[in-house]
Write a protein that binds this ligand. Structure first.
Ligand code: AMP
Ligand code: MG
Length: 484
């Protein structure tokens, strides 16, 4: 076999309390369902001229390349606000890192790869449904310009997975800039292991924030930078009606990527309080709470970093507090920037926020589809708008026109801005559910078509009309589940 991946193993070179060293558990009969050739190419992996059976061996974890040093990473975390001192990769193995064509170091991890010392009561496996969900959603997010982990392949394992029913097992190869989470910092900080905490932070700075290494106060600057990335990320989610569903600190990436596509969903009808996750009874991770939770998670990171920020605890606390206090403004600026584009606005005026929030409230009041309502802004003069029959919307429209008159934008330019900021296609849950049902019959036609459609989400294409529609009442997905 002359297939090569040039694995590096910088995380596995850290002290051995950072991970457990072990190989994935072999699977019975790996079958390749999907390989992301474009992503592979960006990573410098040639998947075109290789026998499928070799890809099946590698991306199932049955064959470990000699330069790969597989590990399960350790971390802790707050889950739904409750402290869990020991988590870690319970069903994932990091095969190693690869330097992509853009020069950045990426992790390649197998998810669903069998038991590890961190599996607790779990079987270490995943079934095909959640693997398909993660593939579709993460690749769609990438095409929507939202920072995210990526999906490289899906392998069916030929094994049965026992959940509420028996399902086919599957393994996802996930690619990320980093799998370090806020929870990784919490793991060491909670054990008062400052030595390891410093090793971790220096590793992350060196790998992900090298421009901070030379300046003063690098640890405080690190906190500031993670906050910036998280604020950017959550503002993007909000602008697309995306609900992550499980914003625990162990699912909060240190590089600001969307990670863990468990019970997440793109909203159909707009509702500020929308929750999908079957276990989120208190609505902690509802749409509207996401910015506050992001801040809460960053405050957890700040707490961990205090001993590194300053030897004097009071000084450290006051400096970290300033960063945390600034997050709301940073977030709001990103929010305004995203939403202005959605409304076809270029300049910034003080009352924009009210105007935009009024539109959201109207959408909520009339129970309208988020994505289609924004699309309708490009058709506001035509019959196409979802909102055209509502008097209160027609009153809002007059204010919107006044606002548009405050800047010199041609109609064509406005429509272009709106279309560029508002996707025609999002990975709607009812379509994903249909695809998962079909996958259990070994029918992947719609899966492939949907991925293709979502790879170009801003451009309307008659071929994909079925994917642009909101669900019928009987198709609506009201609840989502963790991907276990
Ligand atoms: P998550 O809800 O995906 O963020 O996972 C929370 C924790 O549970 C992590 O430590 C996971 O590795 C672990 N976990 C989730 N599903 C499984 C499973 N099927 N087997 C073992 N561990 C799991
Ligand atoms: Mg997770």
């Amino acid at each position: 076999m002359n297939f090569k991946i040039d694995f590096k193993n910088s995380y596995a070179a850290l002290p051995n309390n950072f991970y457990a060293r072990l190989n994935p558990e072999p699977v019975k009969q790996p079958v390749l369902i999907k390989i992301n050739n474009k992503l592979a190419e960006d990573l410098g992996i040639d998947t075109n001229n290789i026998e499928v059976s070799i890809l099946e061996e590698i991306f199932s974890g049955n064959k470990i390349l000699s330069n790969s040093d597989p590990i399960a990473m350790t971390y802790a975390g707050h889950q739904f606000g409750h402290w869990v001192p020991q988590l870690g990769d319970g069903r994932a193995i990091l095969l190693g890192e690869i330097i992509a064509k853009d020069g950045l170091r990426k992790d390649i991890q197998l998810k669903g790869s069998g038991k590890t010392p961190f599996s607790r009561m779990g079987d270490g496996r995943a079934w095909l449904g959640p693997v398909i969900r993660e593939y579709i959603l993460s690749e769609a997010m990438n095409a929507l310009s939202v920072p995210t982990t990526r999906a490289l392949s899906i392998i069916k394992t030929g094994e049965n997975i026992i959940r509420e029913k028996i399902y086919p097992g599957a393994i996802l190869a996930r690619v990320a800039n980093s799998h370090v989470r806020v929870g990784t910092f919490q793991y060491f900080a909670s054990r008062k292991d400052i030595k390891s905490l410093k090793i971790l932070t220096d590793y992350v700075l060196d790998r992900h924030y090298p421009n901070l290494l030379k300046g003063k106060n690098k640890y405080l600057k690190f906190l500031e930078n993670v906050a910036l990335k998280q604020a950017y990320l959550v503002a993007k989610w909000m602008s697309l009606g995306f609900i992550h569903g499980v914003m625990n600190t162990d699912n909060t990436s240190i590089t600001g990527e969307t990670i863990d596509y468990g019970p997440c969903a793109f909203m159909d009808n707009f509702n500020y309080n929308q929750v999908f996750s079957s276990i989120d009874h208190m609505g902690r991770y509802s749409y509207k709470n996401q910015p506050e939770i992001m801040k809460w998670n960053l405050a957890c990171l700040a707490t961990c970093l205090l001993p590194l920020i300053n030897e004097d605890e009071n000084i450290a606390l006051s400096e970290a507090q300033k960063v945390i206090d600034s997050i709301s403004d940073t977030y709001e600026n990103f929010w305004l920037k995203n939403f202005r584009a959605k409304f076809g606005l270029h300049k910034s005026f003080t009352k924009d926020k009210d105007l935009m929030n009024d539109f959201l409230s109207l959408m909520e009041k009339h129970n309208l589809d988020f994505t289609l309502s924004f699309q309708g802004l490009a058709k506001i003069n035509n019959e196409g708008s979802l909102l055209k029959n509502y008097d209160d919307f027609n009153r809002w429209k007059l204010k919107y026109y006044d606002r548009l008159n405050q800047e010199n934008i041609s109609l064509a330019e406005r429509i272009k801005t709106i279309k560029f900021a508002n996707p025609a296609y999002i990975p709607r849950n009812h379509v994903i559910e249909k695809i998962i049902t079909e996958s259990l019959e070994n029918d992947f036609a719609r899966f492939h078509a949907f991925n293709k459609c979502l790879s170009n989400p801003f451009e309307e294409n008659k071929e994909y009309t079925e994917f642009s529609k909101a669900p019928l009442d009987n198709e609506k997905v009201l609840e989502t589940f963790c991907g276990t």
